[in-house]
Design a protein around this ligand. Structure first.
Ligand SMILES: Nc1ncnc2c1ncn2[C@@H]1O[C@H](COP(=O)(O)OP(=O)(O)OP(=O)(O)O)[C@@H](O)[C@H]1O
Ligand SMILES: [Mg+2]
Length: 434
């Protein structure tokens, strides 16, 4: 390190590290849009051209952006809007209304929000409208420029679009699509959704007014593309202030991605989810382990981060159980082993537990039946056990058939990590039947 300092007087390591963390955090925590979104160039071009037609040429339009969660729908739209607004004329003219199906849960609320975002509260005032359509066309009318007859183009973005289909009579959708088809005002309606079957939710009269343009984000990278993406996401670009540090960093990222154990861990992530969102989550956890003392991401960091990402919520919940509840789970595990996954009832579990107790001299585990019953109920509340047939309410509780919703490895792993688990309980869990 000192040699390098003498050669080209670089920044101190501490400064470099905080710079790296700053750059990557922005990239991974979604505060910064990518310059050119990777893998969706065609979709980007398509959407940009479509919106330009409304913003510049005053044509109306409607389009749906469809793709699974985390596939980059919002990111794509934001990138397109950023590029669209680069034109001064568009920036001056274009009005935007952003609605979200999770927030605007009925059309009245949606209309209020539209009025607010278009700054038309004063114009609307206390007016009473006969219908939704009347209200909407009043809003659009009010947007007409003072001196010219042409209206300002309006972009309506409906995030979680499918939820708007549940509004009464789909009035909002009907009216927006209707305006986007007639020549009333230049309007672009952009729906964003993760439901591929979204068109089937629309009423006939709504569907017939929609342009049927859809932009799909269904990218499915190969594993080598996925690996490459990890490397690009972690690499520094040429504009990093300290060239030597950037080179070292990029070399260390390359070594990291070539490590066999890292590749295996990434393969596991790739198999469960290929999108940027979960990928970024993993890399963010790796990044948080970088410090001045350790100015690179090591394979161990990635493996640890990967473990944290893949943590099993159900197995984790076992750590919060009481010893009695844990013992009942172990008894169920034994029953599962013996009866090969056949359902069991409380009485059988209790008997199994008693067998374990008989071998003990101390009475630390002496529990009354109602206490055991309560513990059993708690496990059911946590959905660790589930009745086989919920309709059989008539069966006495003790004899109701249940299934354990955890597998053996989950139980054993959780047990290893259980704080202060008594050794005899551990041994019992590890022993074969009985
Ligand atoms: N092509 C890409 N290049 C770089 N980052 C991307 C890309 N696609 C998605 N991302 C990142 O992945 C994250 C998730 O994307 P985004 O929020 O757009 O997903 P979404 O499809 O809108 O999901 P949801 O349905 O949950 O709203 C974002 O942080 C985004 O920056
Ligand atoms: Mg989104």
């Amino acid at each position: 390190m000192s040699k390098r300092k003498a050669k080209d007087a670089p920044l101190p390591v501490g400064k470099c590290i905080s710079e790296v963390q700053d750059i990557l955090r922005k990239r991974l925590c979604h505060q910064q849009l990518p310059d050119t979104p990777e893998g969706v160039e065609a979709q980007h071009k398509h959407l940009l051209e479509l919106l330009k037609r409304t913003a510049v040429h005053g044509e109306s339009n409607s389009v749906l952006i469809v793709g699974p969660r985390g596939s980059g729908k919002t990111m794509l739209l934001k990138c397109v809007l950023r590029d669209l607004l680069e034109e001064k004329e568009v920036e001056r003219n274009l009005l935007q209304v952003h609605l979200n199906g999770l927030l605007q849960t009925d059309d009245r609320i949606a209309l209020q929000e539209m009025t607010r975002q278009l700054h038309l509260e004063n114009v609307v005032g206390d007016k009473v409208f006969g219908s939704f359509a009347e209200n909407l066309s009043f809003l659009l009318e009010a947007l007409k420029k003072g001196d010219r007859s042409s209206s300002r183009p309006v972009l309506f973005v409906l995030d979680e679009f499918d939820l708007f289909a549940h509004h009464k009579n789909q009035t909002l959708l009907y009216n927006l699509f209707d305006v986007s088809q007639s020549a009333q005002a230049p309007v672009a309606v952009v729906g964003v959704t993760c439901r591929l079957d979204v068109l089937e939710l629309l009423e006939k009269r709504v569907k017939s007014r929609f342009s049927h343009r859809q932009i799909h984000l269904l990218s499915n990278p190969t594993f080598s593309q996925y690996l490459e993406r990890v490397q690009t996401q972690l690499s520094l670009q040429d504009d990093f202030p300290d060239k030597t540090f950037a080179q070292d960093w990029n070399a260390s990222v390359k070594t990291l991605c070539e490590d066999k154990s890292v590749e295996d861990a990434l393969q596991r992530h790739y198999n469960s989810s290929k999108n940027f969102r979960s990928n970024h989550m993993l890399l963010m956890l790796c990044l948080s382990r970088v410090s001045v003392a350790k100015p690179a991401i090591k394979p161990a960091d990635l493996l640890e981060a990967s473990k944290m990402c893949l943590i099993d919520a159900q197995a984790n919940m076992l750590h919060g159980l009481s010893i009695l509840e844990l013992c009942l789970i172990i008894a169920m595990k034994h029953l599962n082993d013996v009866y090969e996954g056949e359902p069991f009832n409380l009485q059988m579990v209790h008997n199994e537990f008693k067998k374990f107790l008989q071998r003990k001299s101390n009475s630390m585990y002496n529990f009354e039946q109602p206490v055991i019953m309560k513990a059993f109920e708690h496990l059911q509340q946590l959905e660790m056990i589930r009745p086989v047939d919920s309709s059989s309410v008539k069966t006495q509780r003790e004899y109701q058939l249940m299934r354990l919703m955890l597998d053996n490895t989950q139980v054993m792993e959780a047990l290893q990590k259980y704080p202060q688990c008594p050794t005899d309980v551990k041994q019992w869990a590890m022993s074969a039947y009985g």
